[in-house]
Each structure stands twice: as structure tokens, then as C-alpha cells.
Design a protein around this ligand. Structure first.
Ligand code: ADP
Ligand code: MG
Length: 398
């Protein structure tokens, strides 16, 4: 029987704390984590006192990252087909192949309890990387460890420690209520009935799911379906979550509910989350760290605001003109253009873009020149910054 992964979560968090306190550079933690995991799987871990045990064990063998990718690469061989019948026949008898370098030499580590976001345009290699970390695809090169295992050799013990949610795929059965899928997963993961009930109740509450468990899936809204997908994927309490576009196509309310849930789940269980999303709000609300990937290459690994400061050379000065007396009406776009690039001007609002280092001085000059009711200095919208980063590459800005 599988011991509650509750303890697993605590052990990992304790490990993370110790890891932070311990000097870096200690190697061979993976075997240790696997040993810990195996112990849990064999039900040898005592239900109480696990934390103490874990600390005792870990202090003798410090544990490191929960995810390690080193020089990770994936090349797909894609059949090339010339147009027309001749092309089809030729492809059948003398196929030619082209290499698609989906992931190229990507290296990063993730520590337990982190929420990390993968950023990148379509086709950047995000899903391919997540699938390799989850053991669904073999890499063509490099090394991966996740939750203490080499993913594709980890077997059931590995699968109990991770979950992979693909926003564009569904495990729920269309014509059945979600609870049928939950029960199936309960059986697959061998979750004791009491744990199942407690976890289901907790997940339903945290996800603000309401009364949908008995309805057939096809009657649920997209948001309710995604929430149920998350329930199905988390009933076994994995400490490591790979989420590929978990908020894809959802309305703002459902997106926010899922964000709140992920933060709460991480805080409760010390879970580690690696997610991709097209919504920058997801990234800014959730992730302390971003991995930016484009054409299979890792361009940036670090804090989002550092990336923004590096890319966003300009600052935006947002003005609300006024000050009474109707003076403001004399302000023209031409007059404003002397201070910076006018991004928009609809009296009384104006937005100027200036060089980052000029922002304070230009603001002072604007205040002296015009009747200004309000002035603020902002970074450009994050979407724009990211677009710029992809267009130019990050390195050239360093
Ligand atoms: N099974 C596959 N066969 C061939 N090419 C693939 C396969 N899966 C992904 N690719 C290609 O690999 C690249 C990266 O894809 P993907 O990882 O899905 O990107 P992302 O998730 O960042 O949008 C793309 O060029 C895509 O067309
Ligand atoms: Mg993808």
C-alpha cells in the first residue's frame, strides 16, 4: 500500500529547507531521494515522525534539486513529402527525413517548492521538454532526473510522484461524471478509501468546484472540466506537477481560481510546479522564476522582473493632463513628442516612451511644462517585453 504522499510532501519541504541551509555542491542526492520514495512506496515509512526521520536521513546525505535537466535535447525525424502524387509515391518508397531540433542542449534545475514558468512562442519546445521530464518521450541527448528518478526507468514509483496535465488533452470521460474517472485513478494509484475521500473533499473545496461531480463531463463548462482534470491528476498527491497550458481558453474567473489553487496547493504540500502558459497574468501571479525557451534553446533562466529590466530599455510615462483652467487643451501630440515617443494621446491621457535612464529627468520636465494631474512611470506591458525578447534574443541585451 502506498503511504500517504502527504509525508512525501513534508519530507521534500524539509529537504528543501535543509538544502538551502547546506553548502552547495553535494552530489548523489538522487539515489537518496529514490530510496526515500521507495520506502514510502513499500509502506515502510511510519505515518508519524516521518519529518524527523527525513531530516535525520537528509542531514547525512543532503538532497538537491527535484528536477535536473542537463544538456537535454530532442530531435524529431519528420518525413518530408513533396507535393502531388509523385511526392506521395516517392515518400512511400524512398522516404526522406528532415530533423526537427525541438529541444537543444537545455540545462536547468528546479528546487522543491518552486513554481517555475516556461515561456516561449508556439513550437519553442516547451511541451516536448515537459514530456521528457514526465517520461513520455525519450531525449535524443542529455540527462534528466525528476522527483529522484530517471523518468523513463522510474516505473510506478516515479509515476506516483509526478503528474502531467496537458491543457489540450482530457482524461475525463465525456459521457460519464468526473467522479468515475476519479474512482478509476483511485484504483490505479491504490489510494486508500479514507485518503481518497479526504483528498477529493479538499480539492473540491480548494478549486471552488461546487456541485458538478455527478454531472456528465459533457455538461460541464470548460473551466469546470479543467478543474476536474486537476482533481483527477492530483488525487495521488504528487509532489511534482508538470502543467502544460492549464488555463488554456478559460475565462478570467476560472483562470484566477486555478491560480489561487496552485499557490494554496504548493503552500500546503510543498509541491513543485513547472507550468507553461500563454497568459502573462499566470506567470506574474504564480512564478518566482521563468525559463524562456525559443527554437529549442534556453534563452533565459531567472526572475521575471530581472528579465523585464534587461529587455525593457524604455520606460513608459503615463500622464493625466489637467490642472483646471482648460490649459490642458493646449497640450498637443507635437508638444509631447519633444519629450519622448508618444504611444497614445487621448486628452486627458497620454503615454510617452522614454529611455529607462531618462525617465526621472523627463518626468520632471513634463511636470514643469504641462498642467499634470497625475504621472506614473511604468514598464511596458509584459506581453510586449516578452515579444521583444523572442524577436531579438535575450543575450544581445546583456
Ligand atoms: N511528435 C512530433 N513529431 C515531430 N515533430 C514534433 C513532434 N512534437 C513536436 N514537434 C515539433 O517540435 C517543436 C517543438 O514543439 P513543442 O514542444 O510542442 O512546442 P511548444 O510546446 O513550445 O509549442 C515544433 O517544431 C513541433 O512541430
Ligand atoms: Mg506546447
Amino acid at each position: 500500500m502506498l503511504a500517504g504522499s502527504f509525508e512525501g510532501g513534508i519530507a521534500l519541504r524539509a529537504a528543501a529547507a535543509l538544502q538551502r541551509a547546506a553548502p552547495l555542491g553535494a552530489a548523489t542526492p538522487v539515489d537518496h531521494a529514490a530510496a526515500l520514495a521507495r520506502r514510502h512506496d513499500q509502506g515502510q515509512a511510519p505515518r508519524f515522525g516521518t519529518l524527523v526521520d527525513a531530516v535525520a536521513e537528509i542531514s547525512s546525505t543532503p538532497m538537491t534539486s527535484i528536477v535536473t535537466a542537463e544538456g537535454l535535447s530532442k530531435t524529431f525525424q519528420v518525413k518530408v513529402r513533396d507535393p502531388g502524387l509523385r511526392g506521395a509515391v516517392r515518400a512511400l518508397f524512398r522516404p526522406r527525413y528532415r530533423d526537427v531540433l525541438a529541444v537543444r542542449d537545455v540545462t536547468f534545475r528546479i528546487e522543491p517548492g518552486e513554481i517555475v514558468a516556461f515561456l516561449g512562442p508556439n513550437g519553442a519546445g516547451k511541451t516536448t521538454t515537459l514530456k521528457m521530464l514526465a517520461g513520455l518521450l525519450y531525449p535524443t541527448g542529455g540527462r534528466v532526473e525528476a522527483a529522484g528518478f530517471v523518468p523513463w526507468t522510474g516505473g510506478p514509483p516515479f509515476k506516483r510522484r509526478i503528474t502531467l496535465v496537458l491543457g489540450n488533452r482530457q482524461q475525463l470521460v465525456w459521457d460519464l461524471p468526473p467522479e468515475e474517472t476519479f474512482r478509476l485513478n483511485r484504483a490505479i494509484y491504490d489510494i486508500p478509501e479514507v485518503d481518497y475521500r479526504a483528498r477529493l473533499a479538499e480539492l473540491v473545496t480548494l478549486l471552488e468546484l461546487g456541485d458538478v461531480l455527478q454531472k456528465p463531463v459533457r455538461q460541464l463548462s470548460l473551466g469546470e472540466r479543467m478543474k476536474c482534470e486537476l482533481v483527477a491528476s492530483l488525487l495521488h498527491h504528487p509532489p511534482l506537477l508538470f502543467l502544460d497550458e492549464p488555463t488554456l481558453g478559460l475565462d478570467v474567473t476560472a483562470q484566477e481560481a486555478i491560480r489561487r489553487f496552485l499557490i494554496e496547493y504548493r503552500d500546503r504540500y510543498g509541491a513543485t510546479v513547472l507550468l507553461t502558459s500563454h497568459y502573462m497574468q499566470d506567470v506574474t501571479a504564480l512564478a518566482s522564476r521563468v525559463l524562456m525557451i525559443n527554437r529549442g534553446r534556453l534563452l533565459y533562466d531567472g526572475a521575471l522582473d530581472v528579465l523585464v529590466a534587461r529587455i525593457a530599455r524604455p520606460k513608459r510615462i503615463e500622464l493625466v493632463l489637467g490642472g483646471g483652467g482648460g490649459d490642458g487643451h493646449r497640450v498637443t501630440a507635437e508638444a509631447l513628442a519633444a519629450f519622448g515617443a508618444v504611444k497614445s494621446f487621448h486628452f486627458p491621457n497620454a503615454v510617452l516612451e522614454v529611455r529607462r535612464e531618462d525617465a526621472p529627468a523627463t518626468s520632471a520636465r513634463l511636470l514643469a511644462a504641462f498642467p499634470v494631474a497625475d504621472l506614473s512611470i511604468e514598464d511596458p506591458p509584459i506581453e510586449e517585453v516578452i515579444r521583444l525578447a523572442f524577436a531579438r534574443g535575450v543575450e544581445e541585451d546583456q
